[in-house]
Structures are given as structure tokens and as C-alpha cells.
Design a protein around this ligand. Structure first.
Ligand code: ADP
Ligand code: MG
Length: 682
């Protein structure tokens, strides 16, 4: 008897050769096979009499071959089979290209179903390369056919047949991870039926029933998994931090914190004194001042005899945080240390020693903080900045360097509620929904490349007024930049310097530069010595130069909306009026609609919702990065109601059976789903 983990090659009717093709689609087990869902469906249900066929209509026709098919060879290698078929209303000429076997498979006087696109009118109607099926059979005609996402090497029909074989082998023994009572209470169909119908739906209605059930199942299992993690965490305890007085911190700041910043800090301090590890997300739009919230938490850690680590996704950002925070923190008696991958070996060794001895109380750095050599004396707080760049796994790798340290995640990516519930279901959330006072709206324009001279003149004007500008000219970020992208940035910078702005200072940064060069360019820009910074998207997150007022993005249509919003967030950080100019020659409807969202709103949440709607959740977040099981059926942009239902069902089940003792199948499936990133989530 096969089970769901049976290798596909042992499934009756599949065999070695087909199994190899399936493996290329990452289908190895029976479960992989039946869980390989169609991308869409080809509707082959409409039947027409030949006489009714309109020019251009796609339909099935039942008709008899009026004579034997003829084979002819035209040009080199091209074989044509032609046959005339008839019904009581008319005749249809069929042509098959390069399917010589049709000559023998279609017999005069026999009736078949043909599916294809009819052309012509009256007595001259024809169809090219129709699908052919013997009368009465309904495998490939007269129904909704699944259309699978495929790569070369395997055909739709082959896969559909393999899936059908797979379903036949396991339909009756499919375990149902949804408890019966949940299934009934939420009007969901049985699992076997759902799998059958998602592949070979009898009708749209039945497809919808199947989809709803499978989407519910995914969301339900995910919710169970997240809630269990949460419970496991809530069961942990740590000594409460007694000292949460920060009056001197507030006094040292050059500005008064906003109400939203204060509230977030209060929430964090309450967590610190609660006696169990904090898991908190601070979410705030670009420029809302998250860094100061982190700083407050880090000062508090030091006050309580603990070390803290702030991890940033890029060296530029880590260095900027270090430059900005260390004077403040050290002024409050908190020794700081910087740790990045690009540091000279000697400085690195010194930093590592200071972290291990506990002399450094606040570590600021990149992924280097995760490296094996980085050990802490008493790590009590982990802060990750711009979380969407880190996987859940990395978050917890850093946590593992302390004993259940408090965890603070800061994200500027405004995540639509539905997605946040899933991705951050295990975290408490503080929202900074207020910008520091005096910020002005960033005027945003979408213009074609022909405006470039006008843009340059505008830059000159702003720079003459004492301001600075960014020009982003490559969509490729750090790490995966092909060599010519670096070239694009350096050459563009060179051209601008020599031919357009000889009197100004132009510098460039890209991901392939040596850390020290990058640092030099960034700090020259931050110090106002460089007027125009030409860059790849390495400046996308977090970079803070309040004097910069113009952000020009070349080929803006190539960026995601949330990314553009991040880029735009690099300006408008000081008291000066700021501008964002999105340059694009892409005239397509879609590109224009997207850029229009940017010019119409500065609200990061609205932009994120639009981004989700336009691109789907996979792209939105780089699904794999957050380390959660990918969703196959659930569509986060429109299944919000279903998500709520699934969450409530999960809550109810866990309330009744916290350890899932009476629901071993559910427990097992959750374990499996979380297995890949599972430990990481603890
Ligand atoms: P983000 O939330 O994008 O990380 P930052 O923490 O980088 O924002 O803050 C953006 C800018 O606003 C910084 O220059 C910071 O010094 C400044 N800032 C932060 N809080 C305030 C405040 N309450 N009042 C005035 N300026 C502030
Ligand atoms: Mg930031």
C-alpha cells in the first residue's frame, strides 16, 4: 500500500522515466505529486455544432471523419495531416502540423471530439491542431483541464495523467489533518474530494469548494503552528529587569520623542519587567524614528547588567547606526562596539574580546554578529533592524547566543494586516504611527527619460541651495549584482561628474565595493562633502542623511512599490522640502498604474497593500526569507475572512486540546510543515 511519502516512481502507471521528469519539478513523493496544484484551468466544456461555430470561437465539436486523413510534406521537415470532419450541420477542415501519427489514429467513418479554435465562416471553416479524443471519452475534452506551471521536459497531459494516477493510488487513504469537527463546523469538504477537484474540477462551483477547503487547511495549520510557538515562548521565564528608568536618556536626546515613540518604549519596558522573554515587533513607516526606540531598549539592557546586540542588514547601515548611536550610548555610560564582516582582522579581534569579556555592553553590526567567533558575556537583548532582510532563522541564531534574550524586531516595511498576522503571528506588535514633527510631504513625480536634462538642472538648483541628492541607477542590490551593474553605477557616476556636473562632487556606492571604500563614500556624503550619490539599492534601507532632499530613481518601473517607498524614504528626513523623481520609459498600462500609486500617496501601508495586490505575496516578501511554510492555495490579498475563520478555529482547538493529544494527525502535519524552519522558530 503506498503512503504519502512513497516515491512517485513506485506509483502504478508512472515508472522510472516519468519519475525523472517529475523530479525536475521537485516532485518526489506521492504527496508532492498530488500537491502540485494547477496554475489555472482550460475550459473545454462548451460544445458546438459545426454550423454554430463562430469565427475565432474555441469549443468542442463532435464530428465524424468524412474520409481518410491525408499526409503531405511541405517545405523541409514539415508534415501536414489534413482531414475533413462533418456533423449534421456542416463540415470542418482539420489540419495537424507535425503530427504524422494522426494519419492512422483518425479513421474514416468514426466519430471523435475535437477541441480547438475555429476559424472561417460558412462552408469554409477550419481548425488547426485541435485536441482529439475518441467519442465518449472525456479525459481531455468536454471538461475543465488543469494547466500546471511547467518547465521544459514534461507536458501538461503527461503531468495530468501522473496526477490522476497519484490520486487513484491514495484517494482513499489520504489522512485528513483537519479534525472532523472543524471540517464540519466550517462547512469544508473532505480532503480526498478537495484534491480531486483542485486538479480535475467538475465545475467552477466544485473547484471553489475544493480551494476553500485547501486554503483553510493551510491557514489553519499555520495558525496552529504559530500559536504553539507562541505558547512555548510564553512558558519561558527570565528574571525581570528591575531598572527601567530612562529619564537621563530622554534628556540627552536633541529632540523630544514623539508620542508613538514613547508608547513603543513604554511597551518594551513593560515587557522587560514582565519576567519572560520579550518578542516584539516595532513597525513604523520610514523615518518614523525606530532607531531611538532601539537605543532606549539598549540603554535599559545595560542598566540591568546585560549586553545588547543590534543587527543591521548591510554594512552601511550598521556603520551608520554605530556612528549615530555610540556617542549617545557612551555618553550614558554604555560602551559600544562595531562588528562587521569587512573589518580589519585586528579591530575585529579586539571587538570580539570586548564582547566576550562583557566590557562592551552594546554591539552593533551585521551578520558578522552571527558568526561562530562572536560570543557574548551576557546577551540579554537582540534587536534586528529592517527585519524583512533577515530570515526567522537568523533572528533565532542570534538569540541562541544568550539565554532566552529579549527580542526586538524593527521593520519599516508596512505589512498588510493579513500578512502580518501570518508572518508575525508569534510577536507582539508596537506601531509607530506618527512621524517626527515638521516633516513635509515628499513631492513625487513620474517622468520619462526625456526629462533628464530638466532633472539635472533641478539638482543643480537644490545643491546650490545647500542640499544633496541620490540617484539610484540599478535595481540590483548587494550580493547578487552582476559585474555590469557595478559598471553601470560607476560609469554613470563618471559621466555625471565629467560631463554634467563638473563643478560638483559626485560619488558612487555599490554592493561590490570594498567595505572601507563604501564607508568612505557614505561618510563623505553624510558629511556633506559629496553632493550627488549615485548608487545601487544599497541605500534602500535605513540610510539617514537628513540634508539630502532629492531622490532620483532611474528605470523606476523595475522596482517593487515597497522598495520605491523605501528609496523615497531616504529623503524628507530633515526640515527641508524633498522630492522624489521616478524616471521610466516603460509606457505599459501596468507600469504606469504602479508609478501612479507612488505619486498619489506617501502612506506606506497603502503602498504595501497595492504592492500585495499587484504582485502577490510571494514577491512581496521574498517568501522564502521569512522561513515559514509557503502558501499554495491561500491568497493573502483576498482570503482575509478565511484567515480570520482559520485563526479562530485554531484558537478553539488549542484551547480544548493544547498539546493536540487527541489530534495526532493535525500535530504531525504542523510538525512537518514547520520542520524546515521549525527549530528556527523556537
Ligand atoms: P526609521 O524609522 O526609518 O529607522 P530613523 O530612526 O532613522 O527612522 O529616524 C529618522 C530621522 O528622524 C533621524 O534623523 C532621526 O534622528 C530623526 N528623529 C527620530 N526621532 C525624532 C523625533 N522625535 N523628533 C525629531 N527627529 C527625530
Ligand atoms: Mg531605520
Amino acid at each position: 500500500m503506498p503512503d504519502l511519502l512513497t516515491d512517485v516512481r513506485y506509483i502504478k502507471g508512472i515508472g522510472e522515466q516519468r519519475a525523472r521528469s517529475l523530479n525536475k519539478l521537485n516532485i518526489h513523493t506521492l504527496r508532492d505529486l498530488i500537491s502540485y496544484f494547477p496554475r489555472s484551468y482550460d475550459d473545454r466544456r462548451s460544445f458546438r455544432k459545426i454550423g454554430e461555430l463562430a469565427d475565432g470561437e474555441t469549443a468542442c465539436v463532435e464530428a465524424m471523419a468524412a474520409g481518410a486523413p491525408t499526409l503531405s510534406r511541405v517545405r523541409k521537415g514539415m508534415e501536414l495531416v489534413k482531414v475533413r470532419v462533418v456533423d449534421e450541420t456542416g463540415a470542418l477542415e482539420l489540419t495537424f502540423f507535425n503530427q504524422p501519427y494522426r494519419q492512422n489514429s483518425i479513421r474514416a467513418g468514426e466519430t471523435y471530439t475535437f477541441f480547438g479554435k475555429a476559424e472561417g465562416a460558412g462552408r469554409k471553416k477550419f481548425m488547426t491542431n485541435p485536441v482529439v479524443e475518441r467519442e465518449g471519452e472525456r479525459e481531455v475534452t468536454g471538461r475543465l483541464m488543469p494547466v500546471y506551471p511547467l518547465t521544459a521536459g514534461i507536458g501538461q497531459l503527461t503531468l495530468a495523467r501522473a496526477v490522476a494516477q497519484g490520486l487513484a493510488a491514495c484517494r482513499d487513504l489520504l489522512p485528513d489533518p483537519l479534525p472532523d469537527e472543524v471540517r464540519r463546523a466550517h462547512h469544508l469538504c473532505h480532503t480526498g474530494y478537495a484534491y480531486d477537484q483542485i486538479h480535475f474540477p467538475a465545475s467552477e462551483e466544485e473547484l471553489a469548494i475544493a480551494r476553500r477547503r485547501l486554503a483553510f487547511e493551510e491557514l489553519f495549520l499555520l495558525a496552529i503552528g504559530m500559536k504553539r510557538l507562541r505558547r512555548r515562548r510564553d512558558a519561558l521565564s527570565c528574571a525581570p529587569w528591575p531598572d527601567t528608568e530612562l529619564a537621563d536618556f530622554y534628556e540627552k536626546l536633541p529632540f523630544a520623542l514623539t508620542g508613538a515613540q514613547r508608547r513603543s518604549i513604554e511597551e518594551i519596558l513593560a515587557d522587560f519587567s514582565a519576567g519572560r522573554p520579550m518578542n516584539r515587533l516595532v513597525q513604523g513607516d520610514v523615518g518614523s524614528g525606530k532607531t531611538m526606540v532601539a537605543a532606549a531598549a539598549m540603554v535599559c539592557a545595560a542598566r540591568n547588567g546585560k549586553q545588547s546586540a543590534l543587527m543591521a542588514p548591510t554594512e552601511i547601515l550598521a556603520e551608520q547606526h554605530y556612528r549615530g548611536l555610540s556617542p549617545l550610548l557612551e555618553g550614558l555610560g554604555v560602551p559600544c562596539a562595531l562588528l562587521t564582516g569587512g573589518m580589519p582582522a585586528k579591530a575585529r579581534r579586539e571587538t570580539l574580546a570586548r564582547l566576550a569579556s562583557g566590557e562592551a555592553r552594546a554591539a552593533i553590526g551585521t551578520h558578522a554578529l552571527l558568526s561562530e567567533g562572536a560570543a557574548f558575556h551576557s546577551l540579554g537583548l537582540v534587536v534586528t533592524d529592517e527585519q524583512h532582510r533577515f530570515g526567522v532563522a537568523q533572528r533565532s541564531a542570534l538569540s541562541a547566543k544568550g539565554e532566552h534574550p529579549h527580542l526586538l524586531v524593527m521593520s519599516a516595511t508596512p505589512i498588510p494586516r493579513t500578512l502580518a498576522l501570518i508572518i508575525y503571528g508569534d510577536l507582539d506588535v508596537s506601531v509607530i504611527d506618527q512621524l517626527p514633527p515638521g516633516r513635509q510631504k515628499i513631492d513625487t513625480f513620474a517622468v520619462p527619460g526625456s526629462y533628464r536634462q530638466r532633472i539635472y538642472r533641478f539638482l543643480e538648483k537644490e545643491i546650490a541651495a545647500g542640499r544633496q541628492a541620490y540617484i539610484i541607477c540599478s535595481m540590483v542590490g548587494e550580493g547578487d549584482a552582476p559585474p555590469d551593474d557595478r559598471k553601470a553605477v560607476t560609469e554613470y557616476a563618471k559621466t555625471l561628474q565629467e560631463q554634467v556636473f563638473p563643478a560638483l562632487r559626485v560619488a558612487c556606492v555599490h554592493g561590490r565595493m570594498k567595505p572601507r571604500e563604501k564607508e568612505a563614500a557614505m561618510s563623505a556624503f553624510a558629511a556633506g562633502e559629496v553632493h550627488i550619490l549615485v548608487s545601487t539599492t544599497v541605500v534602500e534601507v535605513g540610510v539617514d542623511v537628513p540634508n539630502a532632499t532629492v531622490m532620483v530613481v532611474e528605470d523606476a518601473d523595475r522596482f517593487g512599490l515597497s522598495q520605491l517607498h523605501q528609496l523615497r524614504g531616504r529623503v524628507g528626513r530633515g526640515a527641508h522640502k524633498s522630492f522624489c523623481i521616478l524616471v521610466s520609459d516603460n509606457r505599459s498600462e501596468e507600469a504606469r498604474a504602479r508609478l501612479k500609486v507612488m505619486t498619489a500617496t506617501g502612506d506606506g501601508f497603502r503602498i504595501a497593500e497595492e504592492d500585495l495586490r499587484l504582485r502577490g505575496p510571494g514577491d512581496f516578501f521574498g517568501q522564502r526569507q521569512h522561513g515559514l511554510p509557503a502558501l499554495k492555495t491561500a491568497d493573502l490579498s483576498c482570503d482575509a475572512a478565511l484567515l480570520k475563520e482559520a485563526q479562530e478555529a485554531a484558537e478553539a482547538l488549542l484551547a480544548a486540546d493544547p498539546a493536540l493529544k487527541d489530534h495526532p494527525l493535525t500535530a504531525q502535519r504542523v510538525e512537518e510543515l514547520f520542520a524546515a524552519g521549525g527549530d528556527a522558530l523556537n
